[in-house]
Design a protein around this ligand. Sequence first.
Ligand code: ATP
Ligand code: MG
Length: 785
Amino acid sequence: MAARPMPYLDELNPAQRAAVEALDGPVLMLAGAGTGKTKALTARIVHLLNTGRARPNEILSVTFTNKAAREMKNRVSGLLGQAVEGMPWLGTFHSICVKLLRRHAELVGLKSNFTILDTDDQLRLLKQLVQAAGIDDKRWPARQLAGVIDNWKNRALTPDKIPAADAGAYNHRGAELYAQYQVRLRELNAVDFGDLLLHMVVIFQTHEDVLEQYQRWFRYILVDEYQDTNVAQYMWLRLLAQRHRNICCVGDDDQSIYGWRGAEVGNILRFEKDFPGAHVVRLEQNYRSTPHILAAASSVIRGNANRLGKELWTEAQEGEKLRLIGHWDGEEEARWIGEEIESMQGGTRGMRGFSLDDMAILVRASHQMRAFEDRFLTIGLPYRVIGGPRFYERMEIRDAMAYFRLVVSPSDDLAFERVVNTPKRGLGDKAQQTIQQIARANGVPLLDGAALAVEQGAIKGKGAKALGEFVVNIARWGRMMRGTVAVDSDDVLDDLAQPMASTPEVSHIELAQIILDESGYTEMWQNDKTPEAPGRLENLKELVKALESFENIQGFLEHVSLVMDNDSDDGGAKVSIMTLHAAKGLEFPVVFLPGWEDGLFPSQRSMDESGVKGLEEERRLAYVGITRAEEVCTISFAGNRRVFGQWQSQMPSRFVDELPEEHVEVLTPPGLYGGGYGAAASAGMSGGMTPGMESRVASANVYNSPGWKRLQSRQGDRPVSQPKESRNTVIDLQAVSAYTMGERVFHDKFGYGEIVGIEGDKLEIAFDKAGTKKVVSRYICSADD
Ligand code: ATP
Ligand code: MG
């Protein structure tokens, strides 16, 4: 075939071009962030097609997400100047393996129409096996077994290959239950996620003809984000590449962030051993970020001892320094970022204007998203959450909300169905059907039906007692919410019909906590030993925290239904919110990195671990985060976070200390000036600053200076909480009110009003519409702003 023009090669630097043109034999492209690895990999596909080396369906290329696969396909079409006719083998490991396994399912005892279980199904199945084996699943939760099995599958270990070192797993029953689980999956004609790869590896290992067929077929293999492959994926690749040895892997050891899921950086080092004579390409020019951002990222990652080590450089214009800002608390942080995003749209302080699509907020833990989602919703800032459900769509949040809904409206049957047996109350399908029949026969909601079922003795066994308690509890919480005292606490049906009264016994925040705790829901996750459980508990804490900005649970539920309603994608520009993990490979002109506090980032777990492994993985995440930014990168931390209505003081992340001072600009936090947002500047400008306030403002700046933090960091092991004195100092800053009696102010929820009382940081405000209320000053701003 006559070679077509190759403009795509002109876009590459010599090192990239060498990697693209070395079409035959093994190639390892090992290079830092933003050096054009993905770009070169894409050009390589185009070059393979353009030179006639391979047809689209003879190229196997693995990306880390389906989104990345779609983007790569689009880019290939663009570079080729024509639509690519099918690249069926461009996708994630999972999507490619599903296709392969459907073709060869019978070789591992499955039919080609096998189902793929999700984590919930997987867990249910494991629970049955655990119970059948007579194991106390309170002590040895099925989730823990799921984690053990996933880990084995990631290492391509079938039940007969479990090493002696793992014999103790899951109370010495792990291997045996793993074997039973695999048998059961086969009977059900089902696989779990881990099986997709595991089965294919087994098939390739035991059926040479099948392996050979694909070895011949896939003439060229390309792998992006290679540093995050696990052992099973690695074995699968190696088996397939053995014949042609045309395998090109690109990765960055500094961006290996999936160690917790079984990824092995060692695969990079093993590559040269497994494929002797591999052409190793190093790229050092970064095309993504400004010098300040790049220098900051490089400086942070140098804190890791275990790395191959590489230096990056850029020709980009100097640009903004990396920006660092400390806030009073997490809400203030969200508020500030919201304001900042709005002002950056128009272009501020010499910066160009940015579209919302250009901006991203990258969080360490998904529970951090809640504050941003709420804030953006309040100010009407369009956003999207990438790579996972939005906060209020998470399973544990939906469960908790269902409890709240049921307490607020006992006739909410959907809520009832969701929680009646969560946590498990021994109510199987049959019991639930009985409840439904009774409810239907009496024309009452399910909760009433349940009460009747208990009264009539229609439900037997231990489920009856648990159901009785559940019904009584819902009624009791309802009374607590409405502030009424039951005349006859047994008369559940009457209680359910009680109207609203005005003086609740406990605050709605306490009540929310009581509901989650006394229903056994919190405990269910506390007993759960899977890696996701701590995150779910964090999300629940975050949910309770969210209630604080509302008057009552009803108002909160309304707010959430608005959040959920905000779902539709109108195709307009939106700010992206995602975890650092989900941001891998992506880039944005403007990046916000909030929550850089010890215990949050690095995570408490990584800090508790002995050794540096966990901490180094966290530091790589920091590197991934900073290197997503092209022009403006803003790191922030909060001095306080509220947990269960209690202040918890936070220390700035140790990674903040690792930022090089000469590349960082410390911004002044409005939250530390007392008064509302935006009031600080006007208070200062108008000469309203008292001498005491001045010194406090000065200490606020000290609090945020790298020097201050360095001082703190030298104090050896950092306490999670700050010493009491310093906590008071910070709170004191907040107590300085920048407001005067009679001043007109604005509150997001209550609207305009006039200050009628000042008490430290609390203001009594006569709102035009909402009546007189006490609010914390930082939630309001001057009406003139
Ligand atoms: P990461 O490690 O974060 O995945 P990467 O090494 O894959 O990064 P790319 O995403 O391929 O980097 O490239 C980063 C940016 O630099 C992209 O916007 C890309 O278009 C641009 N780029 C890469 N190489 C060149 C080049 N030779 N000339 C101009 N721009 C380039
Ligand atoms: Mg990339």
